[in-house]
Design a protein around this ligand. Structure first.
Ligand SMILES: [Fe+2]
Length: 143
């Protein structure tokens, strides 16, 4: 864990969650690449794995990261509300992809667009960011 990703509480029990979420970020990136590089026969299954992991990841963030950010950041409500709006946009794009046949010529451009939505905003905020994670509270903001 870097200084950019401090503990969410003094107990340190959330460290495992943060580490897991960061691992998932890497796995999500890998799965986007896997879908893009898959053969036509394997693309649908790779996309299913990506959708499943994104759903699990978003749930973890909603249950752990967002409440902590709302509680610990000075502008937590605004930060989380912004994240939820970004996540809503990503979910809409993912839903449209889910309705497409992976063999559709528009599938891959739509997949790349969805990946950019999932990652770009977070990458502008800090180097440890990733899809769907709210900004971590600074250590100095802890109670
Ligand atoms: Fe995330």
């Amino acid at each position: 864990m870097t200084d950019a990703m401090p503990h969410l509480d003094d107990a340190g029990e959330n460290d495992d969650v943060v580490a897991l979420l960061k691992q998932q970020h890497n796995h999500i990136r890998d799965l986007f690449a896997e879908v893009e590089n898959a053969t036509a026969d394997d693309r649908a299954e790779a996309f299913r794995r990506l959708v499943r992991l994104l759903a699990v990841h978003e749930t973890a963030e909603e249950e752990v990261v967002h409440p902590a950010a709302r509680r610990l950041l000075q502008d937590g409500e605004q930060v989380v509300d912004g994240r939820l709006e970004e996540e809503r946009a990503a979910k809409e794009k993912l839903s449209r992809l889910d309705d497409m046949n992976p063999d559709d010529p528009g599938f891959m451009p739509a997949l790349r667009n969805c990946a950019r939505t999932c990652f770009s905003t977070r990458l502008r905020r800090n180097s440890t960011s990733s899809p769907g994670c709210a900004r971590r509270p600074e250590r100095s903001s802890l109670p």
